[in-house]
Structure formats: structure tokens, C-alpha cells
Ligand binder design. Structure first.
Ligand SMILES: Cc1cc2nc3c(=O)[nH]c(=O)nc-3n(C[C@H](O)[C@H](O)[C@H](O)COP(=O)(O)OP(=O)(O)OC[C@H]3O[C@@H](n4cnc5c(N)ncnc54)[C@H](O)[C@@H]3O)c2cc1C
Length: 394
């Protein structure tokens, strides 16, 4: 039996290892366009490889997988994050769970994962053909019994040329996981400021996300913004990355309790300067900025705030609005929203409905996640399921 895998990335290499363990006599060839396998895995998680997540903070899979949550639920019934943990530990990779629920190798070195895969593929006899860009999947299907496409994400439509003649439905690719450019906002002067728990939303939409926010010299970044960029990836592409982000700097607190805390502060400290009494969760420079943005003088004391000033300050804390114009990459880390539509595949096997013997795994599918190890988890789980499906058919 001959099996071709297109793309020596996370999903392709994982699939190859699992295939050769199940079908030791099969010929497994991986075609890789680049000079070396697993080039992206080597740089994941800032070189530390955030390879999965405990999923403890996720109530609903759609929070982690804005595209493909239903498929992932099914795939996880075969191979989930606990299986991933066990798989790597069985291979001798000790893992650590961070407080933010992200899982890394204890070595904090993505090369440990790359070298493990390379060693296992060599031991099992997987053939890796680097500098072999596949131009036509159809042509390869004539040569092999099964073909697994694991070409990863790409926000250029031309990547899908290789599917010509297969009549597949493709969801147009757009980038996900990016930061917001706020070119005209003075908030950028506060670069480096972090607020631990904010809620951000896009004006006029239902897109909303919470978490830490980082002010940068070009605009806003941090987990809350990256999550929002993921949830709203397609909408933001449609409006050409021009929109309004609303920031609730008070995170979990409700508007009435913030207003009443401000009122109490005013009553208790009438002679104190407003800029000198910031809530614990707002750094003092940001507080001064928000106070002046609320049209309150920097030298005003609490006794002078008045009901209108109080309302304006509460409104700024809750609905602080910024004009987004453009997006920037987050540490070169991004994923693709879109790809091979899930309507093309049988979600129990990942086999193409129209072309038996053709399988898809990884980011080439219209599946993508927020940051935190969920994207690699999707690659391992779908790579595993494709291998299992091919081996159970043979
Ligand atoms: C900088 C960065 C950091 C990241 N960090 C994390 C992280 O810490 N945790 C996490 O969960 N996710 C992370 N991600 C996302 C994660 O890396 C991807 O979701 C994951 O690698 C997808 O796996 P894949 O196998 O589908 O694709 P890839 O790993 O991208 O592999 C696809 C392979 O296919 C090859 N290929 C493409 N077209 C062809 C062709 N026509 N012929 C032959 N070969 C082809 C490519 O060269 C590539 O080697 C990160 C992404 C980036 C860019």
C-alpha cells in the first residue's frame, strides 16, 4: 500500500508516525515544499512550542475554535488533549501545565518536539521528500492508494490551485490572530501598559472577548485583542480592518458598582486629586489618560467632579472607543480562517466525500483556534484521525 502526505508540518508528521505504527509495511511518502520538515513547529510558542491546552477555561468549544468547533468535538472523541499529553509523555517528552492552562515541553524547547518527530519518522521508515512542492493533488491520487493533504494555513487563494479538477468547496482564506493598529490614537504613548482583565468588543457587532490587554506603540495587542481578532476575522477582513473597538477597562465589574465605587471615592476624598486615586486594576498613567479623555482637568479634585463628570468617567471606563485602521502580525504568529470547507469531508473519518482515499488534516481545513495550544491540538487530533481512518480501511 502506498500513502502520500502533502506537507511535513505538525499534522503531516504526526499522521505519518501513526500510519507507520499501524501499517508498518505501507510506503509512506511525505512531500514537503520547503527545505526542511516542521519548520513552523520549530518556531511555535516563541520557540517553546505551546503544544496543547488543558481546556479548563473553555466552557464551549466555539470559544477556542471559532471555525470548526463541531468537527473538533467529534475528532476529540478519538484523540483529545489528554491523549496528546499521554502521547508525548510516552515518547519521553515531559510536559508542564502553566497557570494560564497552556501546555509546553518542560525543556521549553520546540526543537525537542521537532527532533522527536524526525527520529521517529526515521526509525519507522517514513520517506520525506523536501523541496517537493505538490502542484496537483489529482496527479498524486493516481499514483497512491491514499493521499492526506496537510499543507497548513495560507491566506493566499493561489494555494488552492493544487485542488484543481477535484471540485472542492473552498472557504476564502483570511488571516486570524492579529493586533489592531490605532494610527491616530494618543493611547499609543502608553505603550507597554498592561491591564489584566478587560472586555473588548467591536461596535455594532456581537463580537466580544475578555482577557489581558497590552498597549503597544502601534495600537492594541494581548490575549483579549487576539481573541477578538479571531472571533471577528472574517468580518474585519470584509470591512478592510477599519472598525471601532470598545474597551471596558473594568473587566468583570458591572457599571453600577464602578459608578458607586467612584462616588464613594469622591465622598471620602474630596480634596484629593482625581488623577491620584486610580482603581487597583488600572495603572496610574492609563488612569490619568482616561480621566483627561473624560474631559476632567488633571488638577481637578474629587469634590469638583459633579454628576456629569462622574458619568463621563464611568462611560470612558466602560465604553472607551478607538478607531481601528489596519492590523499587524503578532510575533509572526497567525493562523488562517478559511480553507477546505468542512462540507467536503466525512467528519467521522476526514475522508473526502467526493474522492474516496483523499483525506485532509490540520490547518488546511476550515478549522482554526485562538492562541493557547489549540491550533497544534487540532493538527495532532486530525492527523491522528486521518491515520486511524486509513489504517482501518486497509
Ligand atoms: C510563528 C507561529 C507560532 C505559532 N505558535 C503556536 C503555538 O505555540 N501553539 C499552537 O497551538 N499553534 C501555534 N501556531 C499555529 C500552528 O503552528 C499551526 O496551526 C500548525 O502548525 C498547523 O499545522 P499543519 O500541519 O496544518 O500546518 P504546518 O505546520 O504549517 O505545515 C504545513 C506544511 O505543508 C507544506 N506545504 C504547503 N504547501 C505545500 C505543497 N503544495 N506541497 C508540499 N508541501 C506543502 C509547508 O511548507 C509546511 O511545511 C503558530 C503559528 C505561527 C506562524
Amino acid at each position: 500500500m502506498k500513502i502520500a502526505i502533502i506537507g511535513a508540518g505538525a499534522a503531516g508528521c504526526f499522521c505519518a508516525i501513526e500510519l507507520k505504527r499501524r501499517l508498518p509495511d505501507a510506503i509512506v511518502d511525505i512531500y514537503e515544499a520547503g527545505n526542511k520538515p516542521l519548520a513552523k513547529v520549530a518556531i511555535t510558542g516563541g520557540g517553546r512550542c505551546n503544544l496543547t491546552n488543558s481546556f479548563e477555561s473553555i466552557d464551549n468549544l466555539k470559544e477556542a475554535y471559532p471555525r470548526g468547533d463541531k468537527l473538533m468535538r467529534r475528532v476529540f472523541s478519538t484523540f483529545d488533549n489528554r491523549d496528546t499529553w499521554e502521547w508525548f509523555e510516552n515518547e519521553g517528552v515531559k510536559l508542564v501545565l502553566q497557570d494560564d492552562h497552556c501546555v509546553f515541553p518542560a525543556s521549553q524547547d520546540a526543537m525537542q518536539i521537532v527532533n522527536l518527530f524526525l527520529t521517529r519518522m526515521r526509525q519507522l521508515g517514513v520517506n520525506i521528500l523536501t523541496r517537493h512542492k505538490v502542484e496537483s493533488v489529482r496527479a498524486l491520487m493516481d499514483e497512491y492508494d491514499s493521499v492526506v493533504v496537510t499543507t497548513g494555513g495560507c491566506s493566499r487563494q493561489d494555494m488552492f490551485k493544487m485542488f484543481e479538477g477535484l471540485d472542492l468547496e473552498i472557504v476564502p482564506p483570511v488571516p486570524s490572530l492579529f493586533t489592531f493598529n490605532l494610527p491616530s490614537s494618543p493611547v499609543r504613548d502608553l505603550m507597554g501598559t498592561v491591564v489584566e482583565d478587560v472586555t473588548v468588543s467591536l461596535a455594532g457587532t456581537r463580537f466580544k472577548a475578555s482577557g489581558p490587554l497590552l498597549i503597544t506603540h502601534w495600537g492594541m495587542s494581548g490575549p483579549a485583542i487576539l481573541k477578538l481578532s479571531s472571533y471577528a476575522a472574517r468580518h474585519l477582513a470584509e470591512v478592510q480592518y477599519e472598525s471601532t473597538v470598545l474597551v471596558n477597562w473594568c473587566g468583570g465589574d458591572d457599571l453600577d458598582s464602578v459608578r458607586s465605587t467612584l462616588q464613594k471615592t469622591a465622598v471620602r476624598n474630596p480634596l484629593k486629586l482625581i488623577v491620584n486615586s486610580h482603581p487597583d486594576y488600572i495603572p496610574s498613567r492609563l488612569w490619568t489618560y482616561l480621566v483627561t479623555k473624560s474631559k476632567i482637568r488633571e488638577d481637578a479634585r474629587w469634590a469638583e467632579i459633579g454628576p456629569k463628570g462622574l458619568n463621563r468617567l464611568t462611560e470612558t471606563l466602560f465604553n472607551d472607543s478607538y478607531h481601528i485602521k489596519g492590523q499587524s502580525r503578532f510575533k509572526e504568529e497567525f493562523v488562517t480562517c478559511g480553507g477546505v470547507s468542512l462540507t467536503n469531508i466525512n467528519n467521522k473519518t476526514l475522508e473526502c466525500v467526493k474522492h474516496p482515499g483523499l483525506y485532509f488534516a490540520g490547518e488546511v481545513l476550515d478549522v482554526d483556534a485562538i492562541t493557547g495550544g489549540f491550533n497544534l491540538q487540532a493538527a495532532w487530533s486530525t492527523g491522528f484521525l486521518a491515520a486511524l481512518s486509513i489504517s482501518s480501511n486497509n
